[in-house]
Ligand binder design. Structure first.
Ligand code: ATP
Length: 913
């Protein structure tokens, strides 16, 4: 007996269904077995069943257990080197060194463990923000609920773009196609049907079922839930619906390869140093070994990977706070180098708060008053109020608007809002202004069938039958599309020949005002007509009139467009709307500078080369379909651009996948688009894309800053040791001491850089080239420059104290403190790549930096004065002069790097200006 059926036996009074082969049973049987009907369960039944069956979700992907995560911290070349060093120091009976090295290894692992855990949880929390919703029929009403609350026996409505929320036995389908690759591996969508299939049909042949986690690619359907959660097919094969986000990106991978190569090179140098010391200079192997270990320990930037991960996770969190949710981590880097953003218009650049403002019939042009979805307003003709009762054309426009729409309006706390498509919400509000009552109209002229709106065909049609028997088809959609279907104009009661130029002029007027124009047409039909097909609306329609809807641009989108332009990012509007409307809205947004709008039709006529030129030059594309989006992305990428592209429909998925940054809409986007996208906008707002780009640039800057901070520190330490070994002198800093410095600076100073806010100019510079190397000439130069300052200072202070006859311990303690002070002051330089840090913002602007500085000072006082530290690290109390030298010499790096930055800025200006 299968598990689904086993569950169904638990329903009180439900006949026991032995094999649960729902696909082989009639749909009615499934309804009966689950004690439900096409009207769905009521709230009480639903909550009982939820308690009985539990929430409809799969266990989240298993994360690695804490022990494995902790142990994996040791899986690192550097740690192997350190462990080897501990082993050899133990063999040499240098017990203190051994324990310090081991302690550092463990502490490092703990830090890595905690930080990685926090980063993972942060990402997990963000992923949970993208929960799935389902449209269910409950007590005869269609409502949207979280997919987790779906229970067996629920009636679920499906439409293209939906992800099926549970296993369903289909009870009604209309052109329903589902892509089941997740279960069957087959990427071609399957046509679904209601009739039962053979009991032994393979999963992919069970056409009467829709399985949880699969994607509706076409049509509509409705089914009864037969399994939820772990009992679904996907739950049983325990495939995971959401992929596991790994904490890595190309850049991090590049860095870790670089780190490995660097470690190998450093070990080779350390070995050569050791060999020369022992075999050429004849020095003691034990001494030289300690020196070689010190060199390896100093040169390897062990803190870097952890810091980079944190910088990335912090960036992702900041983006989520700014309403952009990252679904795939690597995209954070691509975001920083985006050079073109292609955006939809409706709802992204505009507010998606539609209101019908004008109506054109064959005789008149009416103005409609009122704002938003509140169904209160009046009609005016030539500035004078008119009553719909006296204007049959107007009433017919209102009725068609109501009947040929799926949206509903509701009021809560005095605010009217729309359930469904805003365009249709505006039409329903219009009908209510004309005193039509949705319930009554739908009862008098019930809908028998529908061709739903799709961006590809740009219209929607509904079939209605009057109680007396005669039927109507209403068609509404893009005006040029509807006009092509009509040969007459008027209404049900009178008709005349279509005056095409008249309508085209009206359309033009409305669109020039930035209005979205829709046309309404109708056709009488016969009694027995119950199924609507495309051929029914191809021709011979009667045009009733045009609606002009306003949808004002979002204020924040206007500002964001300007911001993007200043940041060297081109913004392109790619809309399904009419060219004239698109042009008018583009002008309001400051887009395109009045250049001609390119239509989808024109794009069709271009070959790939011509398209590249047009894609590069033009900014507004109208009457486009999803295929145009794909072609435009490809063309722009061929021109070397890093492209962000928005989309909301199932057909946008290929373009979203192809784009460097696919952006799906959180509200109006469907699951297929979200699945294909790398980023989801919680509020559908263009400004959130700009914000994400800004954060992407900041993350990249912070990664570079972390590298820029850590590499010179390691470099300076390593050079100090090499110099001492080369000159055959005492080491100014021992291996355990270097480990100490690296450890405390990594958890304080370097970490602070991961939280750096954006620099002022972050959106004023050109986008970073995607192929720009991470280790740029600038980075290498800065590393060498600062390393040299550090060597000179640390070595100089050590030698100076030695020459004045100070104890070795005193000289070394001063040298260690000098090194730490260098790093402390250099942190202030590193906060800005080339901008000056010598101002209030630079010195006091970051709380993280100030806390880190305070902690480091505290650690150094403990290091210098606490007896256990003195025992472990051979540190001793130092005289005031020692502190003065450490601070004074340390401060020099701040001054020198600021001078270097000033020179760089000067040269940059000369180059650009
Ligand atoms: P964008 O691609 O910027 O979001 P859009 O929303 O205008 O633009 P579509 O939704 O593809 O693009 O709409 C294209 C055209 O189809 C609209 O200009 C309108 O004329 C028509 N249209 C839009 N919604 C409906 C609807 N619900 N019913 C009928 N026709 C519609």
């Amino acid at each position: 007996m299968n598990k689904v059926a086993a569950k169904s036996t638990e329903l009180s009074g439900v006949p026991i269904q032995q094999d649960g082969a729902w696909h082989a049973l009639p749909a009615d049987q499934a309804l009966e077995d689950f004690q439900t009907s096409p009207q769905g369960l009521d709230a009480e039944q639903a909550s009982e069943r939820l308690a009985q069956y539990g929430p409809n979700r799969l266990d989240p992907p298993r994360r690695r257990g804490p022990l494995i995560r902790f142990l994996s911290q040791f899986n690192n070349v550097l740690i192997y080197v350190l462990l080897l060093a501990a082993l050899v120091t133990a063999a040499l009976a240098h017990w203190v060194d051994t324990s310090v090295i081991l302690a550092v290894v463990v502490i490092n692992a703990i830090i890595g463990f905690v930080q990685e855990g926090r980063a993972e949880s942060a990402l997990e929390a963000i992923r949970n923000m993208l929960s799935l919703a389902a449209i269910v029929e409950r007590a005869g009403r269609k409502i949207e609920i979280p997919a987790e609350d779906v229970v067996p026996g629920d009636i679920i409505h499906l439409q293209s773009g939906d992800k099926v929320p549970a296993d369903l036995r289909l009870i009604r389908v209309k052109g329903l196609q589902i892509q089941e690759a997740i279960l069957t591996g087959e990427s071609v969508p399957v046509d679904k049907a209601v009739s039962p299939v053979a009991e032994d049909a393979a999963l992919g042949d069970r056409f009467s079922m829709a399985y949880s986690g699969t994607m509706v690619t076409h049509g509509q359907g409705c089914g009864v839930v037969v399994a939820t959660g772990a009992k679904t097919e996907i739950g049983r094969i325990s495939a995971l619906l959401s992929e596991v986000t790994t904490l890595t990106t190309p850049l991090l991978r590049q860095m870790s390869t670089f780190g490995r190569k660097l470690s190998a090179a450093i070990m080779a140098v350390a070995f050569v140093t050791f060999a020369i010391g022992v075999w050429v200079h004849g020095r003691g192997a034990a001494d030289m070994f300690v020196g070689a270990v010190a060199l390896a320990v100093a040169a390897i930037p062990e803190g870097l990977p952890a810091i980079m991960t944190i910088a990335l996770a912090t960036g992702v969190q900041r983006m989520a706070a700014r309403r952009a949710i990252i679904r795939r981590l690597p995209v954070v880097e691509a975001l920083g180098s985006v050079s073109v953003i292609c955006s939809d218009k409706t709802g992204t650049l505009t507010r998606n708060e539609m209101t019908v403002q004008s109506l054109a019939t064959g005789k008149h042009l009416y103005a409609v008053t009122g704002t938003g979805y509140r169904p209160e307003g009046a009609f005016e003709l030539d500035g004078k109020p008119v009553k719909p009762d006296d204007h049959p054309g107007l009433t017919e426009m209102a009725r068609g608007a109501l009947l040929c729409s799926d949206a509903g309006l509701h009021e809560s706390d005095g605010q009217w809002s729309v359930d469904g498509d805003p365009t249709e919400g505006a039409l329903v509000a219009l009908a209510m202004k004309a005193e039509l009552e949705p319930g009554t109209e739908n009862r008098q002229l019930p809908r028998h069938d529908v061709i739903p709106f799709e961006s590809e065909h740009r219209f929607m049609a509904t079939l209605h039958h009057h109680a007396e028997g005669h039927g109507f088809i209403y068609v509404k959609g893009a005006p040029e599309r509807i006009l092509a279907m009509c040969n007459s104009q008027g209404g049900p009661d009178y008709q005349e020949v279509l005056d095409r130029p008249y309508w085209e002029a009206r359309m033009q007027e409305m669109a020039e005002n930035g209005q979205r124009v829709l046309a309404l047409a109708f056709r009488p039909t016969h009694n027995g007509h119950h199924q609507l097909v495309f051929d029914d609306v191809k021709q011979d329609l009667v045009l009733i009139g045009l609606y002009g809807l306003v949808d004002p641009p979002r204020d924040e989108a206007i500002a964001a467009v300007a911001k993007c332009r200043a940041a060297g990012i081109a913004v392109k509007m790619i809309t399904g709307d009419h060219a004239i409307t698109a042009g008018a809205i583009a002008r309001q947004l400051g887009l395109g500078d009045g250049e001609p709008v390119v239509s989808g039709h024109e794009l069709d006529g271009l070959d790939d080369d011509a398209l590249r030129a047009v894609a590069q030059k033009s900014h507004v594309f109208a009457r486009t379909s999803p295929e145009h989006k794909l072609r435009l992305v490809k063309a722009l990428q061929a021109e070397g651009h890093v492209v962000a592209m928005t989309g909301d429909g199932v057909n946008d998925a290929p373009a979203l996948k192809r784009a460097d940054v696919g952006v799906a809409m959180g509200q109006k986007g469907n699951e297929a688009a979200k699945e294909a996208a790398e980023m989801v906008l919680v509020d559908d707002n263009f400004a959130s894309i700009a914000a994400a780009v800004e954060e992407g640039r900041t993350v990249y800057d912070n990664l570079v800053k972390s590298i820029l901070f850590i590499l010179p520190s390691s470099g300076g330490e390593a050079l100090t040791i090499v110099m001492a070994l080369a000159l055959g002198q005492l080491l100014p800093i021992t291996a355990p001491q270097i480990l100490w410095v690296n450890m405390i600076t990594a958890v304080t100073l370097a970490l602070a850089l991961a939280f750096e806010p954006a620099e002022d100019n972050v959106m004023k510079r050109q986008p970073r080239r995607r192929d720009a190397p991470l280790l740029s000439g600038f980075l290498i130069w800065r590393t060498i420059f600062v390393s040299l300052i550090l060597v000179a200072g640390v070595y100089g202070v050590f030698v100076w104290f030695q020459n004045r006859g100070a104890d070795l311990e005193v000289s070394r303690t001063v040298a260690v403190n000098t090194l730490v002070m260098f790093e402390l002051f250099y942190l202030f330089n590193a906060r800005f790549l080339t901008a000056s840090a010598f101002n209030r913002q630079g010195l006091l602007g970051s709380r993280a930096v100030l806390i880190a500085v305070a902690l480091v000072v505290l650690f150094q006082l403990i290091y210098t004065y606490a007896p256990p530290m003195q025992y472990l690290f051979e540190s001793v109390a130092i005289p005031p002069l020692g502190w003065a030298m450490a601070v004074g010499v340390g401060f020099s790096v701040f001054v020198l790097v600021e001078i270097e930055k000033a020179c760089l800025r000067h040269w940059q200006k000369r180059k650009t200006g």
